[in-house]
Write a protein that binds this ligand. Structure first.
Ligand code: C5P
Length: 398
């Protein structure tokens, strides 16, 4: 199982004989699905060549703080923001002291100061250096600041000494890294989400649509990504930015959304229909702009396909979640939809309230499935999305 799928990791390599093992760490992290960028201190380059790390990671290796070419590509602040985890392996005694003092004299130490990411170090040094009160105090200080210390191992050292100070084996480091991310619940799964409104053209300049903002569907996409899923987001026209790590398909009409959904859902594990699909479309789309014609005008509409029901019927093994926006008898209507559309679960919300639901930043919903229901009290759509994903995975053992 790839427990690090979607995770972005900066592997910081500092100077020490264990640097040769960091090549193996790159491989193991990638095996678990992580995207890895390597940052080396100048001293690390004495032990392993940046070219080796570049070939293994598949990305340019970053070494210089004051390099205008590198800064023009992915600069140190951008790298710091990019990462979910800064893993320093091996971490030398000198580099740990450098971290304690908050120095910014190398690219790696500047990234350490600038990153909002989780920080972990795998110390590697001679046993006497590790046992020195200065190193012990530095380790304790880093721990107090929330830095995770992985290892070190004890045993025979490169210098012939025996004792604690060897860098942990790459496998153990990667296992420890997996535990730092509490949310790998959807690792290895593919989740397809529809979001936003659809637009049904009447003529080249006019359309029928609704006020859906797409916020709930986009928040669910973000939460599924955080949970490690590969996410395909099929979105009608909205004004918000898609999460960075999803595959976005933009559609306009319900018919386009249906074909994109059927294609994406084949082979997926979960389908969440958060889109507010227009129920009807124009029977004919006029090729020219419709002219004003007296005081009354009639437009002939026909029913759009039901996307979520069609996807559920075509993929019996898929876990399918729909939404039900209701103004009264919410649970009764939602249960009826659950059965009629052959859904695995439905998320019901009260759209008669202006503080939640459509276009709002917060929402309050009920999760309803065949044999249970659960109320999620009012909270931000981002938090609600995380809570829904967690409930879905734990309740249904996905
Ligand atoms: O029937 P109703 O529109 O209330 O159902 C809402 C649920 O069905 C939502 O999950 C919505 O995304 C989905 N739906 C759909 N295709 C339609 C209409 C609704 O997928 N044509």
């Amino acid at each position: 199982m790839s427990s690090l799928s979607n995770k972005r990791i900066i592997l910081g390599v500092t100077g020490g004989i264990a640097a040769y093992k960091s090549a193996e760490v790159v491989r193991r992290l990638q095996d678990q699905g992580a995207e890895v960028r390597v940052v080396m201190t100048p001293a690390a380059g004495e032990f392993i060549r940046p070219l080796t790390m570049q070939a293994l990671s598949g990305n340019p290796v970053h070494t210089e703080l004051l390099d205008s070419d590198a800064e023009a590509g992915m600069g140190h602040i951008e790298l710091a923001r990019w990462a979910d985890l800064l893993l320093i392996a091996p971490a030398s005694a000198d580099f740990m002291a450098n971290m304690v003092h908050g120095r910014a004299d190398s690219l790696l130490s500047a990234i350490h100061l600038a990153t909002p990411a989780i920080v972990a170090v795998a110390p590697a040094m001679n046993q006497a250096m590790w046992a020195h009160p200065a190193s012990l105090a530095n380790t304790a200080t880093l721990q107090e600041r929330g830095v995770h210390i992985i290892g070190p191992d004890a045993g025979i050292q490169a210098c012939g000494d025996v004792g604690p100070g060897r860098m942990q084996q790459p496998d153990s480091i990667v296992e420890a890294v997996g535990k730092l991310f509490k949310n790998g619940q959807l690792a290895g799964k593919t989740v397809v989400i529809t979001a936003g409104p659809t637009r049904e053209a009447l003529d080249p300049v006019r359309y029928i649509s609704n006020h859906s903002s797409g916020k709930m569907g986009y928040a669910l996409a973000q939460a599924a990504i955080e949970a490690g899923a590969k996410v395909r987001l099929i979105s009608g026209p909205v004004d918000i930015a898609a999460p960075e790590r999803c595959q976005l398909t933009r559609v306009v009409s319900a018919e386009d959304m249906l074909s994109a959904s059927l294609e994406a859902a084949a082979g997926a594990d979960v389908f969440i229909a958060a889109a507010a699909v227009a129920d009807y479309r124009a029977s004919t789309i006029e090729p020219q702009k419709i002219k004003k014609q007296g005081d009354q005008m009639t437009v002939s509409l026909e029913k759009n396909p039901d996307i979520v029901a069609t996807v559920a019927a075509a993929n019996p093994a898929l876990f399918v979640v729909g939404f039900a926006a209701e103004t009264q008898d919410i649970e009764t209507y939602a249960r009826d939809k659950l059965v009629r559309k052959k859904l695995s679960a439905i998320i019901a919300n009260d759209v008669s309230r202006s503080d939640v639901g459509f276009n709002a930043d917060e929402n309050e919903v009920s999760w309803i499935d065949a044999d249970s229901s659960k109320v999620f009290s009012k909270r931000s759509k981002a938090q609600l999305a995380r809570d829904i994903i967690e409930h879905m995975v734990s309740q249904h053992k996905l």
